[in-house]
Design a protein around this ligand. Sequence first.
Ligand SMILES: Nc1ncnc2c1ncn2[C@@H]1O[C@H](COP(=O)(O)OP(=O)(O)O)[C@@H](O)[C@H]1O
Ligand SMILES: [Mg+2]
Length: 747
Amino acid sequence: MECEEKIIQLIIKKKPYLIDFLKDKKLVKYKHAINDKFIDFIFEDEMYRYLIDLKFRNIQVSMFDEMDKKASEYIQQQNLTEEIIKKIIMVDERSYSEKKLELDEEASKHNTDILTYNVANILADSMFKGYVPDIKAPLSLLKNAEGKAVILGRTPIEQEKYGDRGTLYIGRICERVNEYFGLRVLVDAMHPHKIFICGKTGSGKSYTLGVIAEELASLDINVGVVIIDPMGIFWSMKFPCSEREAEQLQIWGLQPRGFTNVKVFVPIGYYDRAPEGTKDEIFAIPPNELTVEDWCNTFGIDIYESPQAALLTDVIEKVKKGYYAEIDGSQKFITSKDNYTIDDMIKCIQQCPEFTKKYRTDTIRALTTHLEAAKNWGIFSTNGTPIQRLVVPNQVSIIDVSFLPDFLRALIVGVIARKILEERTKYVRYVAAAGIQKREEKKDKDLEIRGIPATWLIIDEAHVLAPARGKTAASDPLVEYAKRGRMPGCALVLATQQPSATDDRILSQVDILITHNLSFTDDISAYRARAPSLLPMEICDQGFIRRLPVGAAVIADQSITTERAFVFYVRPRVSEHAGRVILPETFKVETEKETKAISLEEEKARAGIEEKEVPINAPSAPTLFVPTKIAIDYLSRVIQYRFFDYLQPLDEKRFLKNIIFTWSNTKRNIIGMLLGYLSRFAANVVETISVNNELPVLLLSKGDIRLVLSGCLTENDTVVALYLSSRNEQEIIDFMKHLNRIKEEIA
Ligand SMILES: Nc1ncnc2c1ncn2[C@@H]1O[C@H](COP(=O)(O)OP(=O)(O)O)[C@@H](O)[C@H]1O
Ligand SMILES: [Mg+2]
């Protein structure tokens, strides 16, 4: 009896969710297992590879899959008696149906029933949410030594050399192909790949990028990871995923996990505004990192045609080398400066007498205006972030560019991509030249290269940065990076909604292509044209890609061992994916008017607000399925980044305060209630804005006070973020008192 219990415990410990699932389906009664007459048990280690049926009366364990020795070893370790071990029947899953007869016979001998259940169905139901496409074309892929995973982006020799080390576990095959169904999909990370992820909005691109980032963050192969984050969502990788996701994770046999080796960089001009907990370091670029081309692309001036470009070239050369300036009628030599500021450049334009002869006044004025504006971009500092700080072995550096306009994001990406490629190329050449000599032994000052590790550069929403038509400051550096990155170890992962709108010079370098759901014919065609391996007819059919559910994707890679593109299901994230909060379909806003009307009445009654005071058209608070802490951060960020100009106009000095209110229950009409109260204090709504289609943000004013508020619900709480500013500090303090009183009343 003791042994039976041990087996049961082993099963329960390893896959408790499976038991729940089976209980649900009335397939097991494990609670009374020990005393029950019969018990049928399905157990697996790799989820789909084997089953153990325990027969309690006669203690019979059938293990399906002789390849998995682990379980039998474990059973042996548990000191199960000889007798019981003898009764373990090992069966390969593939020959299961043949063996079934045999087993049945065995069972009847022992007066037991053997319950059989198709494991594939369990998998399909729980892991792939029922999505198991049937594709006829033959499939052959490189498997790992155990035969339980397929590897992309590696040759068989490389796989033999590394084993599963240095691979990214991104999901499992969900196609109904006997030999491959349910196998894990691993992507090589030992070599610098160019991975391209496409899919329409909400199809799961950022999520998949997040999975790749998580995998890179858990590897220990000394690569550096840099994520360009245009939505401000990757910071949440630091947090384990919320309870809601935990169930799905358990089905996949994964544990929630936050990552500590993640650093969030926020551009210098925005750092103070970013909420605590979502930022770690300041990011800045020194103006001297910019080439004439960068400046021109960013200012939107033609480098070949515009006289401003010529002037800019002269200015940069002069500040670098030193020049004679005319100051108050006398000549003065301005010494060369390598680490120059934008002010140095402006001074040079104004003080260098040559320029007034060479260029027209409006050219000089236009360039000066451009440079003056650049000072306020919030990204420059002569103490730029050294690339060695950004690219660190086994660290994920997130550059949060969510509040910058596209042209500045492009500039940052361009500068970073160029710098990484440059440093890596220098380093690789240096190491090659130094030969076997150790780096430390080399004394040559010229070759003082600290070096950065091989790098994975990950960019979300890439079509904005490297568009098919037109050029940004990121276009050429990214093309160069993609083209020349292999030798120096520069990997690239891009995600985009529109493959057809993305620079083809980059697409042509891609060796691994993942597509989620696409809906436009242009995009589907662009995808098909670029797929690096054969696409079977079924997948080629436009309808197939249009019907891919969230989480599923088609993957194709260049390796000769990959016979064709195939369908897989992306694994759930172990860390928090903040992206969900900004996507409309993930909001559960009750749209039925009835529910709204009732709750409105109720809330009003409870809050004691008179009918006329509550604006009927007040937006209701959407529900964000994230931990309250993350919701608070999100609201704060939306307000600070997007509406800061309202709170703090450039030409005024204002005092700024913010408060967060949370109530530990649901108040869907919280915004309406607050508006009701605020109108008593003569606060006027200036504007109501819906951010990302769903999150309501209200701009209000009262006298000199400007107020921005937004609110949402989480699973258990109601959250409101309020920011207010005024030139008069006392006025703010007084108003805060009112707000606190309102909060109490609403409680
Ligand atoms: N593999 C997945 N498993 C479970 N949910 C997913 C998966 N991929 C995406 N989702 C859900 O779909 C939403 C949209 O995904 P996201 O990656 O943000 O879309 P986009 O393609 O616009 O970047 C996410 O918030 C997440 O909740
Ligand atoms: Mg996205």
